[in-house]
Design a protein around this ligand. Structure first.
Ligand code: SF4
Length: 429
């Protein structure tokens, strides 16, 4: 039985208790939010060493890190290293988006090693297997897709992205709304190409009940992907994006009524002034289901720094109610991220999540900032390192900038404002 079905029956699960303790809430409050669909706890019954996390309204903002091989860069050890680094940097979930090598093997290794929820996009594996076999993605057999979904669910995948909003109804009007960057979602573009070539409906939309049966069996949380998300600032919040979102809203309700936990994915590329509208519209259309945003990136012009453009967008989106931020690394739009890129990406989005937690009035976030301010005032460097988002980097920088032998730091030296005021005997607030 899924967390949602248990919550609806009034049962408080072990997972709900863990989430409640981490969030400073009562288990009953978490149960009610899971029952209403406002919170999900992605926790596949077969993911053995999982430390469950809650995602949704009223909880701390969570961050996801994407991992995975590609056809061009396929080193399993690197992906496992990225997993370790991502978790150490504070990732609350990871997605295995591998498309190169033995996909079952790499996914099983990631699930085995991961204490945080693991997500996938099963269509990637089905497409990769089809491409290997026939050299032609349009020959993808829907039966293979469902076989991959069942395989991944049985392995312990906690959440799956499915592009169920891309259907023949939308296909009919696709060309009526021209875009600068057309379709940038891999899942969205694969689905469109397959439907057009085969003259058939999206199998995940057509057989949604079959998908829900598998999810209910293993308690896989569905993440309804935005296959038509805008891939550029010029395309943000256009008709296609909103049409798809309306369809996803319908499917959210349907899935929840079938006892399946569900969240919804959002854009993409969005200028700052449209973020609030995007989040509020999604929450309204999708019954306040958890909102999982990809960044969003607030400008298109910063390849090499897209972890920063995503952190700016992520902070705003989370402040207005987004619950789950998918990280973006400095390598976005340029190549498969390295281990270092993964660390940079997670930390950038953790800062965004924390900034939003502060603005949303989270007590724990406020206390951490308060303690950091006190440590700064006292020039207590060890305490500052303990509280820092990346203690190792902060310590290393202090040493490298020639501050380790002085009480203040090399920025102002003897003219340190903190030191001067401390010597004056001022009182802390
Ligand atoms: S030296 Fe300047 S920058 Fe460094 S701690 Fe003191 S006031 Fe802050």
């Amino acid at each position: 039985m899924t967390q949602l079905l248990k919550a609806k029956e009034g049962v408080i699960t072990r997972e709900m208790e863990i989430v409640a303790a981490e969030e400073g809430k009562s288990p009953e409050e978490i149960r009610q939010k899971v029952a209403s669909g406002e919170v999900v706890i992605p926790a596949n019954i077969n993911h053995q060493n999982l430390h469950p996390k809650g995602i949704g309204a009223g909880l701390k903002v969570k961050v996801n890190a994407n991992l995975g091989t590609s056809e061009n860069r396929c080193f399993y050890e690197d992906e496992l290293k990225k997993l370790k680094v991502a978790i150490k940097a504070g990732a609350d979930a990871v997605m295995d988006l591998s498309t190169g090598g033995n996909l079952d093997e790499i996914r099983r290794a990631i699930i085995k090693e991961s204490s945080v929820p693991v997500g996938t996009v099963p269509l990637y594996q089905a497409a990769a297997e089809t491409l290997n076999k026939y050299g032609d993605i349009s020959r993808l057999d829907p039966e293979l897709l469902f076989d991959v979904i069942e395989r991944q669910a049985a392995d312990g995948v906690d959440f799956m992205t499915v592009h169920v909003g891309v259907n023949r109804e939308i296909l009919k009007v696709l060309d009526r709304f021209p875009r600068v960057t057309e379709v940038v979602s891999r899942g969205g573009s694969l689905t469109i190409a397959w439907m057009e070539k085969n003259g058939r409906e999206n199998p995940l939309y057509e057989q949604f009940d079959r998908l829900l049966d598998i999810c209910r069996k293993y308690d896989v949380t569905l993440s309804l992907g935005d296959g038509l998300r805008p891939g550029s600032i010029a395309d943000a919040t256009d008709q296609l994006q909103i049409m798809e979102l309306m369809k996803l809203g319908e499917l959210v309700k349907y899935a929840q009524n079938q006892g399946v936990q569900v969240m919804v994915e959002g854009p993409g590329h969005v200028p700052i002034n449209q973020i609030e509208m995007n989040v509020k519209l999604m929450k309204r259309l999708c019954g306040n289901a958890p909102f999982y945003v990809l960044g969003p990136l607030v400008t298109d012009i910063a390849p090499g720094y897209d972890h920063i453009t995503a952190a700016i967008g992520g902070a705003w989106a989370a402040y207005f109610g987004a619950d789950f931020l998918c990280y973006v690394t400095p390598a976005e739009h340029l190549g498969l991220p390295t281990v270092e890129d993964v660390e940079e990406g997670v930390i950038a989005l953790k800062i965004a999540a924390h900034a939003a937690d502060l603005a949303r009035g989270n007590r724990e976030a406020w206390n951490r900032d308060y303690e950091m301010s006190v440590a700064r005032k006292e020039l207590n460097w060890e305490r500052q390192f303990e509280l820092a988002i990346n203690p190792e980097r902060a310590r290393k920088m202090r040493i490298e900038r020639g501050s380790q032998d002085i009480k203040s730091c090399s920025m102002c030296g003897e003219l340190c404002a903190m030191k001067i005021m401390n010597e004056r005997g001022g009182k802390n607030a």
